[in-house]
Design a protein around this ligand. Structure first.
Ligand SMILES: C[S@@+](CC[C@H](N)C(=O)[O-])C[C@H]1O[C@@H](n2cnc3c(N)ncnc32)[C@H](O)[C@@H]1O
Length: 243
């Protein structure tokens, strides 16, 4: 790896050494301990931007995290500001970076009753997200649901807690993007004007999703280039609007 990149992002060295096992070392709980041990903890409280910046710092200096990161989060925040969604569903919450960044953006639109459902498979990651969302002062906006995203969507609909999705963020397992989008389509959750955002379409890559979206007659899609940070690796975020 480029030595300049390793200097900019020391965490990449460990990432390189651990290979595919990079996520099996408990770094997510370490992140939580690290945040609560920070001398500036009081400045992080109720401060979503500062918490995301702290997570960026941890990911660059200590352990690589699979958050969307600041570069790719920006166009999604811009889309939230433009579309002003009331109900946002994310598939794949991890440790809460996107839930905090987008939950804050949703609340800042001033739209009444905004809600971000963060659907996360791992109970541990979901618990970390709940904690950091609370630290960010966003528990009234962000609701974390533990379980496989498609099952959670079906259950929320059955329980009458989810009637429509104005913005759907796919960031869980690339091979499931098209299937889980179809679940939302079949449940009639995505009305005209709804927006679907898919991360990591280029890297690691979502070929089945690309094929599905490109073949769809009801979706109009735009591709935005972005960087995976740490690492500055090129990626694409796809934005599709329901016609
Ligand atoms: C790339 S991370 C999400 C990053 C997060 N959106 C962010 O930007 O901060 C992917 C997450 O999806 C979760 N996941 C995997 N399969 C899932 C599924 N079927 N349903 C929900 N979450 C899933 C993983 O446990 C992991 O935490």
């Amino acid at each position: 790896m480029d030595p300049a990149l390793l200097q900019k992002y020391p965490s990449l060295k460990k990432f390189q050494e651990l290979g595919d096992d990079y996520w099996k070392d408990g770094r997510e709980t370490k992140l939580l301990d690290w945040i609560y041990a920070r001398p500036d903890l009081e400045q992080l409280r109720n401060n979503p931007a500062a918490i995301c910046a702290a997570m960026d710092d941890f990911a660059a200096q200590h352990d690589f995290l699979i958050n969307i990161g600041p570069d790719k989060a920006r166009p999604v925040v811009d889309m939230i500001n433009t579309n002003k969604p009331r109900t946002f569903v994310e598939m794949g919450g991890y440790v809460g970076y996107s839930a905090i960044a987008f939950g804050h953006a949703l609340r800042s639109t001033g739209v009444e009753g905004v809600r971000l459902w963060s659907l996360e498979f791992s109970p541990l990651f979901a618990a970390i997200t709940m904690n950091l969302v609370d630290l960010a002062g966003l528990s009234d906006v962000v609701k974390v649901v533990t379980g496989a995203a498609a099952d959670s969507v079906r259950r929320l609909v059955r329980e009458g807690r989810l009637e429509r999705i104005d913005m759907l963020f796919l960031d869980h397992v690339e091979d499931l993007y098209h299937e889980d989008l179809q679940v939302c389509e079949q449940l009639g959750l995505l009305k005209s004007g709804a927006c679907i955002v898919a991360d990591n379409v280029l890297r690691p890559g979502a070929p089945k999703y690309r094929e599905y979206v490109n073949a769809s007659s009801t979706l109009e899609t735009k591709v935005t280039k972005g960087l995976i940070v740490p690492g500055d690796f090129e990626d694409e975020v796809w934005f599709s609007q329901v016609k």
